[in-house]
Design a protein around this ligand. Structure first.
Ligand SMILES: CC(C)(COP(=O)(O)OP(=O)(O)OC[C@H]1O[C@@H](n2cnc3c(N)ncnc32)[C@H](O)[C@@H]1OP(=O)(O)O)[C@@H](O)C(=O)NCCC(=O)NCCS
Length: 125
């Protein structure tokens, strides 16, 4: 099992996503520091033209599994989605994340001020 240290994780935690051999997005894990060392943040995105093809529904669950298996120290994974991004919430739900709350007025996109939804997954026992 790998551990994280003061220099950060010992292996790559950020990856390009390819669909039909074309760079389409990315997915990554940001391991937290200090008292948060047991927590990591999962982030991902796809180019708009690749949305709705089921790519992240297929990719995020095994990525989460890889995170648990690769970093024994982790006890929790966090993720955030813009409130309007229903697809992203569904992707996280299917990867075992639970909805944990709503933070208003966090992001500003196309001049609209939006809430973010907070999601969390605990290490399977
Ligand atoms: C998350 C994101 C990558 C979409 O991934 P995706 O591969 O297109 O998602 P999928 O095709 O697997 O669809 C997931 C679900 O959302 C549904 N869906 C797709 N587009 C949708 C839309 N516009 N509105 C509502 N639901 C939608 C799909 O039907 C599917 O539903 P199901 O679970 O009932 O089958 C895309 O929203 C994105 O890049 N968002 C910006 C970054 C982001 O939000 N990251 C979140 C964590 S950091």
């Amino acid at each position: 099992m790998l551990k994280t240290g003061s220099q950060g994780p010992a292996i790559s935690t950020n990856f390009a996503v390819a669909f039909k051999d074309e760079a389409s997005g990315s997915i990554g894990l940001e391991v937290q520091n200090g008292v948060y060392f047991r927590t990591a943040k999962v982030g991902y995105w796809l180019g708009l033209e690749h949305w709705g093809k089921g790519i992240m529904s297929r990719l995020v669950p095994p990525f989460v599994q890889w995170a648990w298996e690769s970093f024994d120290v982790l006890g929790r994974l966090n993720a955030e989605t813009a409130e309007t991004n229903l697809a992203s919430g569904k992707v996280l739900h299917k990867a075992g994340f639970k909805f944990e709350g709503r933070r208003p007025d966090v992001v500003c996109k196309n001049r609209a001020i939006l809430a973010v939804l907070m999601w969390g997954a605990m290490k399977p026992r």
